[in-house]
Every structure is written in C-alpha cells, then in structure tokens.
Design a protein around this ligand. Structure first.
Ligand code: RRO
Length: 311
C-alpha cells in the first residue's frame, strides 16, 4: 500500500503536509513527531524585508477555531535564506518555501533570490494574507494581478510554483488567473476574515480588530472551494482549512485534492499528522486501494452536484 503522491516531479511520501505559519521552519513539533513521517511542510511566509508583525493580542480562540493577526512577522528573505534555509533543506521531507509581498516585482525578486540560494524545489506564493492591508487582501482578489505575479515568478525560477488562494472572494477566477500566469499547483484556503469582541471591555479581542479565522469551523467552506477549484483546473490542488482527522483528509482527496495541509489542528493535537497518516493507510486497505492516488477525485456523484448553480 502506497501513500505517495506527486506534485509535478516532486514525490511526497504521503499527502499530509504541515501548513505555513503552524510549524515555523520545521522544528516546532520535533518533540511530537519527526519530519520523516510527514510528506512535507510549508515555511512561515517570508517577505522582502523584516517585519515585526502586528500588536498583541494577535490570537483569539473562537468556537471550533481561532483568529490570528500575526501580521507576517519574519526576519526577511535575506536573513532567512542565509540563516534558516540551509537547516530547512536538511529536513527529511519536502520543504516548501512560502513568500509574501506587496508588489508583483517583489515576489519575482524573492523567487530570484531563492533560486540563487539553491535547493528550492517548491515555492508557495502567499496571495492571501488577511492581516496586512498591503499584503494580499486586495491584490489576491484580482485575477489579472494574480496572473501577473505568477508570470513574474515563473520567469525567475523553475521551482514548482503553488499559488495560495484567499477564501475572501470567489477562488475560481483567481485559480484561473494563477494557472494562466504559469502556476504549477494551487493551494486553498487561507484564513477567512473574521472578528470577535470582548463585550465587557467593548473592544475587539484582537488588537488589529479583525483577523484570519482557521480551524474546523472553516472546513466545509474550504472543502466546497476546493471541490469547485478542482473542477476548473487540471493543476494539482492542495486542500487546506480545518483539517483535523484522517477522514477530513479523505474528504479533501475525494473532491480532487492531491495533498492537504494541516495547521490549527496541531495546537490542540500535536500528533494529529501521525494519526492522519495511520488512518489513511487503514482507509486504503479497507477500501481496497493499493495506492492513495485511487482516492483522489473518487467522489461518487461528483458530476451531479448542482454544477449550474455553484459553478
Ligand atoms: O501572518 C499572518 O498574520 C498570516 C498570514 Br501571512 C497568512 O497568510 N494567513 C494568516 O491567517 N495569517
């Protein structure tokens, strides 16, 4: 029984990746599981220059989820590539570099820098940070801008380019824009813009007022968006959004995702990826699949779902 899946030429030992922002640079959960058990992980997004991030509080728990407003805190691409990237490359799984910026040229420049640093096989282009006004909320929702960002990145690197889409608009036209610009794959969803209020203090729970909602609360939204995007593209799609158990992974694979990313689940269950991988194995055996690839897109009645209404 094989759990291997492929993103272009890149072989993942299984479809379970850890999402950007939930895993630092690959060491955060070393007390709980080894990188040799997961398919890969996505680094916290890096930006052209260092960023201190947003004021605290930056996180708030919500029903079946959480809000974050980290604001892209990171040490900048130059520092990252010099100090962090060599250790990331040593990890025994597929590392995916995540980049975020506020202009198309900056994305392309970061791809060029990553290419010069060497060893980059896959880059996730974060087009969807909800927490910085210049960083995705506006241009990640414009298919033409997304297309031009991908085109600029494509010129600078031969790495597998994954466009990470925002759920704060219809993702289908954005997916088409990313594909037209030369994306090799798509990932979705990033967090949904949300808000929570401390009624006694009459203030938002996050210092910035609003933030990105993640966790099981968003999973049905993420699944529907993944389903729709999978039906409009032949690119491999990575499903993200509230995935917490092996059966959640299977749901995303059935609607057509090639792999998934796990993020918020790690906060409450730090061994969630191990349980997912074991559960995927058992599911395949129970359903007579010799390979997990037999599950991808295998939704029964996939064509019958009110396509006219939801397309
Ligand atoms: O750093 C953040 O506040 C952040 C980012 Br870059 C992102 O892509 N998604 C999110 O929920 N938070």
């Amino acid at each position: 029984m094989s759990l291997e899946v492929k993103l272009g030429d890149i072989v993942l030992r299984n479809p379970v990746l850890v999402a950007s922002g939930a895993y630092g640079y690959g060491d955060d959960y070393s007390a709980f599981f080894d990188n040799s058990v997961i398919g890969g992980f996505v680094t916290k997004s890096v930006t052209p220059r260092p960023r201190r991030g947003n004021p605290h509080p930056r996180v708030a728990e919500t029903p079946c989820g959480m809000l974050n407003s980290i604001g892209l805190e990171n040490s900048g691409i130059d520092h990252f590539l010099e100090r962090e990237w060599p250790a990331v490359l040593e990890k025994p799984c597929v590392p995916i570099l995540s980049i975020a910026a506020s202009a198309a040229e900056e994305y392309a420049e970061m791809c060029a820098k990553a290419e010069r640093a060497g060893g980059v096989r896959a880059i996730e282009i974060n087009l969807s940070c909800p927490n910085v006004k210049e960083g995705g909320r506006t241009f990640g929702t414009d298919p033409r801008v997304v297309e031009s960002i991908l085109r600029g990145c494509r010129r600078e690197t031969s790495a597998f380019l994954i466009a990470k889409l925002t759920p704060n608009t219809d993702p289908v036209p954005i997916a088409r824009g990313a594909e037209a610009g030369g994306a090799d794959g798509l990932s979705l969803i990033n967090t949904l813009l949300g808000m929570a209020i401390d009624v006694e203090r009459r203030r938002p729970k996050l210092a910035m007022g609003m933030g990105g909602l993640s966790g099981p609360a968003i999973r049905p939204v993420a699944l529907a968006m993944t389903y729709r995007v999978c039906r409009t593209t032949s690119l491999p799609v990575i499903g993200i959004g509230g995935i917490s158990t092996w059966s959640d992974v299977v749901e995303f694979l059935l609607v057509g995702a090639t792999a998934v990313q796990v993020g918020t689940a790690l906060f409450s269950d730090p061994v969630a990826p191990i349980e997912m991988i074991a559960g995927l194995n058992e599911y395949c055996v129970r359903h007579g699949h010799e390979s997990i690839t037999g599950v991808i897109g295998a939704l029964e009645s996939g064509d019958l779902i009110l396509e006219g209404v939801h397309a």
